[in-house]
Design a protein around this ligand. Structure first.
Ligand SMILES: [Zn+2]
Length: 74
């Protein structure tokens, strides 16, 4: 009986840890992968969850995209 109780406590702790880890994980809006995401701005300027890689990619490619088509016609 005592052993079962210790096992139960351990399971409870594992469950807590898993829950804490899952809370830190989000589905990336861009690549649809589950990873540690931070809220960033997507193409529609709405707050979305983005993983570190996608956030960096979106940040670096956005300035080049805006105005590029306008410059072309000039
Ligand atoms: Zn991503």
């Amino acid at each position: 009986m005592q052993e079962a109780l210790a096992e139960f406590k351990e399971l409870k702790q594992i469950k807590e840890n898993v829950r804490r880890n899952i809370n830190a994980l989000e589905c990336c809006w861009n690549c649809q992968r589950i990873s540690e995401c931070e809220q960033g701005l997507g193409e529609s300027a709405a707050a979305v969850w983005l993983c570190t890689g996608c956030r960096r990619k979106l940040l670096t490619c956005r300035p080049g995209r805006t105005g590029a088509s306008w410059q072309h016609s000039a």
